[in-house]
Design a protein around this ligand. Structure first.
Ligand code: NAD
Length: 326
């Protein structure tokens, strides 16, 4: 019989709670500890899961013998904390984005490889059934439009490109097998912060495909949609109806009368719990060396494009059109 995996969650905010909930319910897993500087949140974790709690990672590492950790602290803390956890010999699931700089992400990827440890980045959309279906079915898209809007400006240590748009960047890079040829980006920050709250970007790939992105965390309503057009058909996904995704597939059909019909196939797909699938996959990679769904190279490509767009935004508000960096 396999021993249960001994796991911990670092950062018990919105996302860390979800991770802890999943681990607490997974068979073959023992949630040993939560690290969280906030006293009330530590108390809540101890009450909910009966696990040990610590104010910092160093204290947890001194006291616990663990196999794996979910790192769900603010993005600006990912690099030093992930490096520390890997150094301690732990497999690490780092929430997205893996770090704020590409150089840091590369250093973590190299560190995990050298130490023979799994480091997985929490790109949760890779575990949506509908995104997996798109990756199977889409052949040669010529236009992609992704909108990810929310009234929730909770995350304050990175801009909306690294916070939200990176999900769509990751999906799009998984659908278009061509290098990025040109990028354009515009956006702005509210209240004089250094981090953009709204951003619009356009990416043109070498094969001619155009991808347009809009991300906002100061929108009046929530919207999360993706349109992928190819010559034969167009896919439209609405992710804002969790736990369901609505998928419509449009195809032109010749009609008996005077013109073309559009045939629409609509599906409502129950996504289940994609975070549970993500964490099960992480544990399967540790135990069974399962083939990764999304590699560290994929993570680096998404982060490279996201940070390139972010850097081009300065001075905020100006639109720039240029070839991608590097
Ligand atoms: N995959 C997704 O869909 C998704 C969704 C939301 C957030 N995230 C990511 O998850 C991470 C956390 O986001 P959140 O929304 O949960 O933020 P949050 O602010 O709700 O939670 C972060 C928690 O980390 C704690 N913390 C701060 N410094 C710490 C440290 N040094 N050690 C341990 N804990 C520390 C904070 O006190 C807070 O409780 C971010 O990287 C974010 O991008 C991912």
């Amino acid at each position: 019989m396999n021993e249960p995996s001994q796991v911990a969650v670092v950062g018990f905010g919105v996302m860390g709670r979800y991770h802890a909930n999943v681990y607490a319910a997974l068979p073959g897993v023992s949630l040993r500890a939560v690290v969280e500087p906030d006293t009330a949140r530590r108390r809540a974790a101890a009450e909910l899961y009966g696990c040990a709690t610590y104010t910092d990672v160093a204290a947890m590492l001194r006291a616990e013998h663990l196999d794996a950790v979910s790192l769900a602290s603010p993005t600006s803390t990912h690099y030093p904390l992930a490096s520390r956890l890997l150094d301690a010999g732990l497999h690490v699931l780092v929430e997205k984005p893996v770090a704020t700089r590409v150089s840091e992400a590369r250093a973590l990827a190299a560190q995990s490889r050298t130490l023979g440890l799994v480091m997985q980045v929490g790109h949760i959309t890779r575990f949506y059934k509908t995104v997996q279906q798109l990756r199977q079915e889409v052949r040669r898209p010529y236009l992609i439009e992704a909108r990810r809007l929310t009234p929730n400006a909770r995350i304050r240590d990175v801009g909306v490109i690294l916070d939200l748009m990176i999900h769509d960047i990751d999906i799009v890079l998984g659908l278009v097998a061509s290098p990025v040829a040109q990028v354009a980006v515009a956006g702005h920050a509210l209240n004089g912060t250094p981090f953009e709250d709204v951003a619009a970007a356009q990416i043109i790939f070498s094969n001619g495909c155009i991808a347009r992105f809009l991300a906002s965390r100061v929108a009046p309503d929530t919207e999360r949609s993706l349109v992928v057009a190819e010559a034969e058909r167009t896919f439209r996904l609405d992710f804002a109806r969790e736990p369901h995704t609505e998928m419509a597939i449009y195809q032109p059909r010749p009609s008996d009368d005077d013109g073309n019909h559009v045939h629409v196939d609509r599906h409502v797909v129950f996504e289940g719990n994609p975070l549970r699938k993500e964490l099960e996959h992480f544990l399967a990679r540790i135990r069974l060396s399962a083939t990764p769904i999304g590699t560290l190279e994929d993570d680096l490509r998404a982060l490279t494009l996201a940070t390139d767009l972010t850097e081009r935004l300065a001075p905020l508000g100006a639109a720039t059109v240029a070839a991608p960096a590097g």
